[in-house]
Design a protein around this ligand. Structure first.
Ligand SMILES: Cc1cc2nc3c(=O)[nH]c(=O)nc-3n(C[C@H](O)[C@H](O)[C@H](O)COP(=O)(O)OP(=O)(O)OC[C@H]3O[C@@H](n4cnc5c(N)ncnc54)[C@H](O)[C@@H]3O)c2cc1C
Length: 347
């Protein structure tokens, strides 16, 4: 096994997600500390364009393929090519993003190659020639120090915003890697981020017999959003999310939720924030009708500013928000949306 460290980028709809730069920065740092080489791997539409930004993080190489097979199928083509590259080149570790795709690919790689995988990593550094990681447990109440035992490439799935982005200029080489054949029975990509049926307005639909509110793609990516308007059980049902979506639209943000909301199919699952959902770090997080359970807090506690709207003055969320509004969200949110729209119209 070499001392090389790779970072796998996440590109969605041709756009490089910021977590890709965070992982590439960390790969460069870990490889330098271990005396190895670092590389970022970018697959799918937009990979060629992403190479420059990935290279600027200080990695030695960027491996790219913008073959259409990666965008047409779910995780299988990425797994195929990464499994082959790992077997050929034997990196010490591969950093993958804790996104839907990254988690999926990591699990498949671990199973196919018999490798160890660590999920939800929030810190990684070199100690005694090994990668020492921090992994939160019990809803973020406890931090566990973890290292891999044995040989074999380590698969490290890191959370959004776990690592800082470095910009050291680009001396990176770009290598185009061959794409695998289309999988015979691979699951194909369709929505919610696809272009099929995408509209700029939210709409109601039915999923598994349950009514569901679907915000438009531009307000669906909570991990990249600077502002998140997030709703919990207090929103009362899927139709209530139209008001939250209107506020998110006025603010230029995205719509998030607590877990019961997506468990009950009120919103699609990729809106769920928390210990078992997405980890977010926006400038502003507006929690509407969310009680503030530790499992929810685990996914949004590093938001810069937290505003809570809740009709229960004793709700736990008021113990860790920056600004609390005790009131009925059905009254407060439309008022707030109007204030934002009026402000924008007059400035
Ligand atoms: C292993 C495990 C993992 C979990 N992972 C997650 C996770 O990742 N993310 C997550 O969110 N949860 C997670 N949970 C669930 C978590 O414990 C809570 O049950 C959940 O976060 C509560 O969601 P909520 O705040 O929307 O609902 P509730 O706790 O029911 O709170 C609803 C709130 O809305 C307020 N409200 C009601 N009506 C109005 C109104 N009209 N106006 C204003 N306020 C109103 C109420 O006062 C209340 O505070 C997990 C649980 C377990 C056991």
């Amino acid at each position: 096994m070499t001392n090389d460290i790779w970072a796998v980028a996440d590109i969605e709809g041709g756009k490089l997600k910021s977590i890709s730069l965070q992982l590439a920065s960390k790969a460069a740092q870990l490889a330098a500390a271990l005396g190895g080489q670092s590389a970022a791997v970018a697959l799918g539409k937009g990979a060629q364009e992403a190479a420059a930004a990935l290279g600027a993080t200080g990695v030695n190489a960027v491996l790219v393929s913008d073959d259409a097979v990666y965008d047409a199928y779910l995780a299988q083509p990425a797994t195929d090519v990464l499994a082959q590259l790992i077997q050929q080149r034997q990196p010490k570790a591969v950093l993958l993003p804790a996104t839907v795709t990254g988690r999926d690919v990591a699990g498949r790689l671990a199973a196919r190659l018999g490798l160890g995988v660590e999920y939800n990593v929030t810190a990684a550094d070199v100690a005694d020639g090994e990668i020492a990681m921090v992994v939160p447990a019990f809803g973020g109440q406890l931090n566990v120090n973890a290292t891999f035992a044995g040989d074999g490439t380590r698969l490290i799935v890191a959370r959004q915003n776990a690592f800082a982005i470095t910009k050291t200029g680009s001396g990176a080489t770009t290598e185009t890697i061959p794409a695998p054949a289309a999988p015979a029975n691979g699951a194909k990509v369709s929505g919610p981020f696809g272009t099929e049926g995408a509209t700029e307005e939210g709409h109601m639909t039915t999923v598994n017999g349950h009514p569901q509110y679907v915000p438009p793609p531009s307000r669906s990516n909570v991990e990249e959003a600077a502002i998140i308007v997030s709703g919990g059980r207090g929103v009362g049902g899927p139709e209530g999310f139209a008001d939250l979506d209107a506020l998110a639209k006025a603010l230029g943000g995205a719509v998030g939720s607590s877990r019961p909301v997506t468990d009950d199919e009120w919103l699609p699952h990729h809106h769920h924030i928390g210990q078992t959902g997405r980890t977010v770090k926006p400038e502003l997080y507006i929690a509407c009708g969310i009680s503030g359970a530790v499992q929810h807090q685990a996914g949004m506690q590093t938001s810069k500013y937290i505003i809570a709207i809740n009709k229960d003055k004793d709700a736990p969320i008021f113990t860790f928000c920056d600004l609390g509004v005790v009131g009925d969200l059905k009254v407060v949110i439309p008022e707030l949306t109007k204030l934002v729209e009026d402000y924008k119209a007059s400035h």
